[in-house]
Design a protein around this ligand. Structure first.
Ligand code: SF4
Length: 163
């Protein structure tokens, strides 16, 4: 979930990490348009394999190496069992899938973008024009599903360094 766009919009490269190097590994590195540009890789990450492993694990960016989600920290410190951690991941994935399903129902099918980016695209479309009754209902359900995912992520996965 940390790599598939459910929880994060991007992975930032550090100032000492060479964007060109990561491009050679197949990561489409972008640069922000800020005064001091930041290099980043949009999520879902193209290095994420179907079996949830990282294709470039040994060479992954520093942010990927240093981040440990709250569930992992709690499980590895013995605060919760691995079974409980697994249940949290399953629940988180179910909540993310619900959001993706509603996004698709609203015509947002760009699955190379993170869930958050897709949600914002739908919000912009809704602001720009009206919605028929069916779409209005789906959008209301989407807002609620997104809120539940965000709340759960804050409770279980995000840690102080990413908030
Ligand atoms: S580089 Fe690897 S660890 Fe980092 S986001 Fe991509 S798949 Fe995940």
């Amino acid at each position: 979930m940390c790599c598939d766009g459910s929880l994060f919009d991007n992975v930032r490269l550090g100032g000492d990490e060479d964007p060109e190097y990561f491009k050679t590994l197949g990561l489409p590195v972008k640069r922000s348009r800020a005064k001091l540009p930041i290099a980043f890789v949009r999520q879902p990450c193209p290095a994420l394999c179907g079996d949830c492993t990282c294709r470039i694990y040994e060479d992954r960016p520093h942010q990927c190496r240093s981040f440990e989600c709250g569930v992992f920290k709690d499980a590895s410190s013995g605060k919760i069992t691995y079974e409980s951690a697994h249940r949290s991941v399953v629940t988180g994935r179910r909540k993310a899938e619900k959001v993706k399903q509603l996004l698709r129902m609203l015509g947002e099918t760009e699955d190379t973008l993170s869930v958050g980016a897709r949600f914002r695209r739908v919000q912009r479309q809704v602001s720009a024009g009206g919605l028929d009754a069916d779409a209005g209902e789906h959008f209301a359900a989407l807002g609620l599903a997104m809120h539940k995912l965000d709340l759960f992520a804050h409770q279980k996965f995000y840690t102080a360094e990413v908030e």
